[in-house]
Design a binder for this molecule. Sequence first.
Ligand code: ZN
Length: 314
Amino acid sequence: MRRVLLLILIGISLCFAIEIKPVKGLLYFGADTLVALRTVDSAQDRCYLAVNPHTLHTSLVSSKLCSFVNCSSDSIAEVFASLPYQRLIADADINPDSLQDAGLTHLPVSGHGVILTIDMCPSHRPPDMWFFDSLLSIDRRQRPVPVAISLSGLWMEEHRPELMRLIEMQKNGLLDITWINHTDRHPYDKTKCFSSNFMLEPGDNMRQEVFGLERRMILAGLVPTVFFRFPGLVSDHRIFTGVESLGLVPVGSNAWLAKGQKISDGAIVLVHANGNEPTGLKDFLALLRSRREEIASGTWMLYGLTESAAAAVR
Ligand SMILES: [Zn+2]
C-alpha cells in the first residue's frame, strides 16, 4: 500500500522546488482519516504529508485526492487520544527535560529481540555498507530485515550512491527501512559542552533543521516519517517540545553499543554506519552471531521501529 501510494503521489513533479510548511488538521483520503503534518507545495500541486494515527505510517497525498480540514492540536489530541499516534507522543513525553536520551529509549516487543537504529551523521568517511551486507548474511530467515536509519542532510548530500543503494535494498525487499529525521546539518562542535552543542547551539534553527531534511527526503523519493533523533541524543525542554509540536516523536536509545551499554529485549539499539564508529557495528554483529541458533529458529529477531511503536501503545 505504501509503495503504491508513493508511486502515485510522487507523480507530482518533485524535481522542481518544493516548499514545506507545518499544518494542523485532518485529511480525509479514501476510507482513511489521517493527521496532516505538512503542506508540500510545488509549482504543479499541493501535497500533504500525513500520518495514519493507527499504524504510524506516513504518506504524501496530493490535494487533488483528499480533503483537508483545519483542526487545532488540542482537538486532534482529543479525537485521537486512544489511538497509537497520540498515545506514542504522550509516552515519548515522559522525560522532556533530560539533556540526553529524551524520548523513546525502548519499546515492549512480543518476543525476544531489539529495534536496531543506525545513524548516518555527516562524515567524510566511506559509509559502512558492509554492515548491511553482514546483517543480511547472518539472518537469512527474516526478510525484509527491519532497520531504522537516521538520515542527516549533509550525509545524504555527500554519499548519494550509498543512499541510493539503501533505497534499492528496500525496493528489492531486503531491508524494511524506517527513516528517522536526524536533522539537515546535524550541528556539532567538538569544543563545546552538551548544553550549548548540537541542537542547543545558539540561534533557533530547529525548524530549518527539520524541514531541510524532510525536503531532501522528498526530493530523493522518500516519505518522511514521524520519528526524529536529536544529534548526539542531546536536547532540552524547549527543543524537545518544539520538535513534538511539529508532530514528531523523539527517539533516543538505551543501548548505544560503542559506549558499552548493554542490550535487553525491546532495547532501541544505536550504532553508526557512517564510518565513524566501527566498534558498535562489530559488537552488534558479534551479538547476532552469538544468537545465530535463536535467530534461525525465529525465537530472537529484529523488530521494526514503526510497527513496535504502534503495537506498544495499543
Ligand atoms: Zn548523529
